[in-house]
Design a protein around this ligand. Structure first.
Ligand code: FUL
Length: 480
């Protein structure tokens, strides 16, 4: 009897330790950040008075009567976004010129004094409805810099800014992202003063209290700025994420508009907070629509390159598509976006790893089996024992198969861990290195020249703690 009890205890212990998940390695993503990671790719819309004045930065003295789109149709924007595979739209509710796309109670400088819909229009409401119809999330950009406001530069402006933020966060349903731009202060109309006003980026906006308003009113929204708090700028507007890309950042050392481009790309390996990078880039040279740029829309192939250097580098992609004077996304942009979506579908049509036999040099226990990396379930993962920070995992493709892409994901709920890895292919009887890399994080997708491989081996060379890999996919994309 005593013997039986000890045996049961032993078995129970063995079973439990076998199935004990690794301890997390902080910092960790919040729920709202996890939901954001899953979005991957969404639309940015720059549309305002600049669309009608052919400018990128309005001075702030533009008459609202200039805002008069003849065929504005947010449903067209949403349909294009949905058809292009995007998950949401972030709109410039107010750009630096201060003109508001919704009838704000706090200013006359808005659509309510424009001829559009005879001053009764509310573009944010129309976009909300269109997003709902097409299953998209809605985000807002509210420029902190306001070249129209007479009180910009004084404490009164902060109250004005927060009042507007409250309007946007209470009257338009769920907001998934709030975009705080880094461009700040300089010359402007400022209610007729027509002067230069400088502010101290670090202190003027009193960000902690503004951030709290967003948390209180939209707890599920992430906030973007150069320095987070939830999502950081990637440091350039060319569509390029860094190959080494930690989702971690010592954001206390940073502030919007500061000189941090390189750090923003790479993040901090030992950063104190989870603040992943977002790549913002425009489909045209400018952020706003200009007739002369109708022929300069990025090609589907260029957009695919950008997808690889953003979504493929552990970033989200916010792709700007500026509607024209009619209030419609121009035909050339639509064509390019749909062409890009077709390329994307072709690129990832042929997944080769799913269900194939997988083995690893070390495994923590049954629950964390290597087979978890290709079961299609993002909640299961392969993990090694605690003391093992270097290990390999091999997918057996059975027969020699052409491969040229690999997608990998860490199970980031337990933190970002991998510091260095390589990928090899067993081809013609020998192992050939096809990719060398540093970080993985939420997701990376790497290209390599097409190779005929019977096995693909991923070796984690260095990791902060035992590696925790939730997904590996292999593709044979068209072309080389
Ligand atoms: C910049 C702004 O100054 C541009 O006009 C644009 O809105 C871009 C996304 O961010 O900082």
């Amino acid at each position: 009897m005593k013997y039986l009890a000890s045996l049961l205890l032993f078995l129970l212990f063995a079973f439990c330790s076998d199935n004990k998940a690794p301890e997390p390695v902080g910092p960790l993503p919040s729920e709202r950040q996890l939901a954001w990671h899953d979005l991957g790719y969404y639309m940015f819309v720059h549309f305002s008075i600049n669309t009608f004045t052919d400018k990128e930065w309005g001075y702030g003295d533009e008459s609202p009567s200039l805002f008069n789109p003849s065929k504005l149709d947010c449903r067209q924007w949403a349909k294009v976004a949905r058809d292009a595979g995007m998950k949401g739209i972030v709109i410039t509710a107010k750009h630096h010129d201060g003109f508001c796309l919704w009838p704000s109670k706090y200013t006359e400088h808005s659509v309510k004094n424009s001829p559009w819909r005879e001053g009764k229009g509310d573009l944010i409401r129309e976009l909300r409805q269109a997003c709902d119809e097409y299953g998209l999330k809605l985000g807002i950009y509210l420029s902190p810099w306001d070249r129209n406001s007479s009180v910009y530069g004084t404490p009164e402006y902060i109250t004005y800014y927060r009042n507007q933020l409250r309007e946007l966060l209470t009257e338009y349903g769920d907001i998934f992202e709030v975009w705080f731009d880094g461009a700040n202060g300089g010359d402007g109309y400022y209610g007729g003063a027509r002067e230069t006003r400088r502010i101290d980026n670090r202190t003027y906006y009193d960000w902690p209290n503004t951030i709290q308003i967003v948390r209180d009113l939209q707890p599920n929204a992430v906030m973007f700025s150069d320095a987070g708090p939830d999502v950081r700028w990637v440091g350039n507007e060319r569509g390029i994420g860094s190959l080494t890309n930690w989702c971690l950042l010592n954001r206390d050392e940073m502030y919007p508009g500061g000189p941090f481009a390189k750090i923003l790309g790479q993040g901090h390996e030992d950063g104190k907070y989870w603040v992943p990078a977002e790549v913002d880039v425009s489909i045209r040279p400018g952020w706003f629509w200009h007739a002369r740029e109708d022929t300069m829309v990025k090609s589907p192939e260029k957009l695919l390159d950008i997808y690889y250097t953003s979504v493929g580098r552990n970033c989200n992609l916010i792709l700007n598509v500026p509607p024209d004077k009619r209030g419609l996304i121009h035909e050339n942009d639509v064509k390019s976006l749909l062409g890009f979506k077709a390329l994307l579908d072709r690129e990832f049509a042929n997944e080769l790893a799913r269900g194939k036999k997988v083995s690893a040099s070390d495994t923590r226990g049954r629950k964390f089996s290597p087979a978890n990396v290709n079961d299609g379930n993002p909640e299961t993962f392969w993990a090694t024992n605690d003391n093992v920070t270097s290990a390999d995992i091999t997918i057996d493709l059975v027969k020699e198969t052409e491969v040229n892409r690999i997608l990998m994901q860490e199970y980031i709920k337990l933190g970002q861990r991998v510091q260095e890895f390589k990928v090899e292919a067993l081809s013609d009887g020998s192992w050939k290195e096809v990719v060398k890399g540093t970080t993985i994080g939420y997701r990376i997708i790497r290209k390599f020249p097409t190779i005929k491989a019977s096995k693909i081996k991923v070796t984690i060379l260095r990791s902060k703690a035992c590696p925790v890999i939730s997904n590996i996919e292999l593709y044979r994309a068209p072309g080389d």
